[in-house]
Design a protein around this ligand. Structure first.
Ligand SMILES: Nc1nc2c(c(=O)[nH]1)N[C@H]1C(S)=C(S)[C@@H](COP(=O)(O)O)O[C@H]1N2
Ligand SMILES: [Mo]
Length: 541
């Protein structure tokens, strides 16, 4: 029993040390090469859409945190098990730790953004440290002891590692069992844990320092005034109804969806974007300063994630500042397929290996597709794609909004499937017309009388024409629409409901400017976005 206890503890400390050393080494290599980040990234890439959807639904934007803690919990269990195993088979326990190093190394070097075999170093060095430490700690806990026959007549084979206390004796510093030195074990374990904590903290600090250049480059940026400013938002675009989503989503409240466990910190001064591929007569590589010197536009555009459930939160509206992408492509000689160009797909690649495919026709059809540098008056935040990301009105983010972009390749849909398409999502995905009830909240208990029902509706690039509300199975009634900013932005709506006591179901539907009304047919988010109508059940008192 005591053997399991010290073994488990040794395993845990050795595992902790392995991760801490790996963290320290990753600071010298790349933060993304750390074993937990690498294995987490590999896991994300292999997560079936249904599970990803479930994770997003259950944990929302915390999904990545949950994943990493999950990995740590699993590692802790294995560390304890290997420690217990090591009490009997020292070398096998250590070999087990090394095996985890191999898994980490394999994951790190297999990442799409891997920069080579050095990415294996954090896992390998960490695992070696953990293996050696486990060997030593267990050795301290279970020294070869020479003893007479133990109770029960079984003899301990001299020279074989003996788990402490398995003989049932009372070991201690009393010299009766020279193999067991409790103080020695406690001191060694404590020292190892403290040293590991030190290494881990140092690794964290160094990893932060690595991003300093990027942070400094962001601070130095002064965004120029746009050549084409966004039209002022009409006064009536924002309703004064408590509980309705703000017309403009603040950067700190803007949803974030991506696969990055470590938010890329890109230095704007060294950042470059390459544009090349089929039909690109004049490939270019542009710097951030090159973009700043170009004609800039500023536009209000509502972004939506394909993983947004009916009624879900992954939609936000911001004022973007950026370089019109169509003009830049045209300078490179790109013609859209509509005018005979050979490439129908634009594949954007990010520094973290994401690939996002957008129809060239959409990018070049006159809409405000842009390389965005600014969001709500500030340079992009790191989480939202600093220094540059794409934004294309009307298309879900996974087919348009590449963050941390560094490469644009013109190709065809036949020739290449980007990241999400390889994972069962649709090649093309215009945003579906949707509407959401923001207030009252589900299961609210408003007082009988006039209750203001309100929310938002979106049909980017088509525009919202009409929003209707239905109470229970009653007739559809027109909601009042807030003023339209542009057809690329969402629209608030409200409805003064004369509410009678009892349980009621409120359902909303929107109709876009093409005359199509939001369907009642429910579909899941996979493969091209959820459809169906949002309803809310309330009890009027
Ligand atoms: N590099 C990178 N860009 C990305 C993603 C990603 O995972 N990696 N996710 C896309 C998806 S699915 C969406 S919905 C938008 C979300 O942008 P936001 O996080 O700024 O709201 O970014 C897109 N761009
Ligand atoms: Mo998304």
């Amino acid at each position: 029993m005591r053997g399991s206890l010290t073994g488990g503890l040794s395993g845990l400390v050795a595992g902790f040390a392995a991760l801490a050393v790996a963290e320290l080494v990753s600071a010298a290599v790349r933060p993304e090469a750390g074993p937990v980040v690498a294995v987490g990234g590999a896991a994300i890439d292999r997560t079936p859409p249904a599970v990803k959807d479930w994770a997003i639904r259950e944990f929302g934007t915390n999904d990545k945190l949950v994943l990493q803690w999950g990995i740590l919990a699993v590692l802790a269990l294995f560390a304890v098990a290997l420690g217990v195993l090591a009490v009997r088979h020292r070398a096998v326990g250590s070999a087990g730790v090394l095996l985890f190093g191999v898994v980490g190394a394999w994951a790190a070097t297999g990442r799409p953004d891997s920069t080579g075999f050095t990415d294996a170093l954090p896992s390998v060095v960490g695992a070696v440290a953990g293996a050696v430490l486990l060997y030593g700690l267990v050795g301290r806990a279970a020294r070869p002891v020479r003893r007479g026959p133990a109770r029960g007549g079984e003899a301990d084979v001299a020279g074989e590692p003996q788990a402490l206390g398995t003989s049932g004796e009372q070991p201690g510093d009393d010299g009766r069992n020279p193999g067991w030195n409790r103080r020695g074990f406690v001191v060694a374990t404590g020292a190892a844990a403290a040293a590991s904590a030190g290494a881990g903290v140092l690794g964290r600090v160094l990893n932060d320092v690595r991003g300093k250049d990027a942070v400094a480059s962001r601070r130095r940026i002064r965004l120029p005034a746009p050549a084409s400013a966004a039209a002022p938002v009409p006064a009536g675009a924002g309703l004064r109804v408590p509980g309705v989503s703000a017309f403009r989503t603040a950067n700190k409240d803007f949803y974030r969806v991506d696969t990055a466990l470590v938010v890329p910190k890109v230095d704007a001064d060294t950042w470059r974007l390459r544009i090349h591929g089929e039909g690109v007569d004049r490939p270019v590589t542009v710097s951030f300063d090159d973009l700043l010197r170009r004609r800039l536009i500023e536009r209000d555009i509502t972004l939506t994630c394909v993983s947004n459930e009916v009624g879900g939160p992954y939609v936000g509206n911001a004022r973007w500042l950026g370089v019109p992408l169509a003009a830049l492509l045209a300078e490179c000689g790109v013609e859209p397929p509509a005018r005979g160009g050979p490439a129908d797909q634009l594949v954007a690649r990010s520094v973290d290996g994401m690939t996002i495919g957008t129809p060239v026709d959409d990018v070049m059809d006159g809409r405000d597709a842009m390389l965005a540098l600014g969001m709500n008056g500030e340079p992009l935040s790191f989480a939202h794609g600093f220094p540059v990301r794409m934004v294309v009105p009307g298309l879900y983010g996974y087919v348009s909004a590449c963050k941390w972009i560094e490469d644009i390749e013109l190709t065809t849909f036949d020739a290449y499937d980007p990241y999400w398409v390889k994972r069962d999502w649709a090649r093309k995905a215009p945003i579906k017309t949707q509407s959401r009830i923001d207030t009252p909240k589900p299961f609210a208990r408003p007082k009988a009388g006039t209750v203001t029902v309100a929310g938002v509706a979106w049909a980017q690039h088509r525009g919202i024409d009409r929003v209707e509300l239905r109470v229970d199975d009653g007739p559809w009634q027109r909601a009042e629409l807030a003023a339209e900013d542009t057809r690329d932005t969402w629209r608030q709506w409200s409805f003064r409901w004369r509410a009678a006591p009892g349980n009621h179901t409120l359902t909303v539907r929107a109709t876009d400017r093409t005359g199509r009304t939001q369907t009642a047919r429910r579909t899941r988010t996979v493969p091209d976005g959820a459809s169906g109508r949002h309803s809310v059940v309330v009890t009027v008192t």
